[in-house]
Design a protein around this ligand. Sequence first.
Ligand code: GLU
Length: 477
Amino acid sequence: MTVRVRYAPSPTGFLHIGNARTALFNYLFAKKYGGDFIVRIENTDIERNVENGEISQLEHLKWLGIDYDESIDKVNPKYAPYRQLERLDLYRKYADILLEKGLAYKCYCTEEELEKEREGFSHYSRRCLKASTDELKELEKRGEYTIRFKVPENVTYEFNDMVKGKVSFSSDDIGDWVIIKRNGIPTYNFAVVVDDHLMEITHVLRGEEHITNTPKQMGIYDALDWEVPVFGHMTLIVKENGKKLSKRDPDIIAFISQYKELGYLPEALFNFISLLGWSPTGEEEILSKDEIIEMFDEKRLSKSPATFDKNKLTYINNRYIKALPLEKMVALCKTHIEKHEVLKHQSNEWIEKLVSLFHDRMSYGAEIIDLYHDFFEKEFMIDNEELDFIKQDGVKTTLEVWKTKLQSLSDFNADNIKNAIKQTGKETKAKGKMLFMPCRIATTAQMHGPDLPKVIELLGKEVVIKRLEKTIEILAA
Ligand code: GLU
């Protein structure tokens, strides 16, 4: 048996972390077992479909490296089409079979009637099923109808979930549900079964919000005498405070397009997402796609919610960024630099120096703009903690000596700047932290930062002298 799994997005939105995780685990499962990974577009919710939703889903899957074997742009004629709205005849065909077998029936009730019913009962009353021949004749005159599945009584739907273990539901908790709507479009629970069966899906791995749909779907499999696939329901992704991850959360980047725009590396994101609800056996969490495929084990899918750990996101991305050659890193930052009013006018050489300065501490391309801002653009202001440090004895003299040395440099490069610091130390007898920290604070207003002579070179003589003068003035006051 060839393993065949699918990711079935509704193009009602763009690819977000939750979707991507579902797609990624299906992909890993398929690749682990040498199977096929299919992307099927579940677009039956016409009103909620968004423009470009479909494209966004596929493009961003590709960007992440989740390469599918079949979809709307990679057709296997045996299973096509891959958009549900192009498969309406198929759904109708199987709905008709169910009607013929007496396992489904037409329901002529209007929305208002159903609304009224719902006030008293949780399940549909089966009015149209129980109607006498005469009553039915009257009802049929209404013309419009839905098709309802006649849910069998007293059946236990039990399955061995790949993630959660044994799960069971009683059919008595399910009312007769609509499989084909008035407009001829199937509902999700019906279409998904027809498609999964016809596309020969062997394992259905999806989010746990679908677990209560499973008994409904199993009812259809039984009614059509089809083999039930293996189900697996992955736990929710939650924030560090335990709350469910939301697409609208301001402190979490939800959409893959945003990561792409911000200059995250797809390989790093792939790695990060693979750890959302799955864990490798060893300690090492920085793993390539091939390593993850090799190590993937569905038995290690977590039974408790997966936490979206922002520090881990930063850490993993930083590890990948650090390993990137400088020219690739520059390319990653370039799109952001080109949009920046000042930076876009800098020479390539200067930009390269800037990027190399911060390379090791970055997690994504756009971060270069924030770092540039902190060190180069922000108004030069020394906060209390830093001020206390430079108010120590001797610092003012050290800075004055250093300023003179810097002023006299004809070539304002990192080596000469470094040398000027050294000479200052010799002359003033300032050493170690008492030498370097004042130099750093007096030019960057910060206690920490990248290689100081290099920052100073990039800041440029004029700015550095001005900052030094301002600091000396503060100390003289
Ligand atoms: N279209 C459904 C969704 O987006 C797919 C559910 C499933 O995988 O069965 O949630």
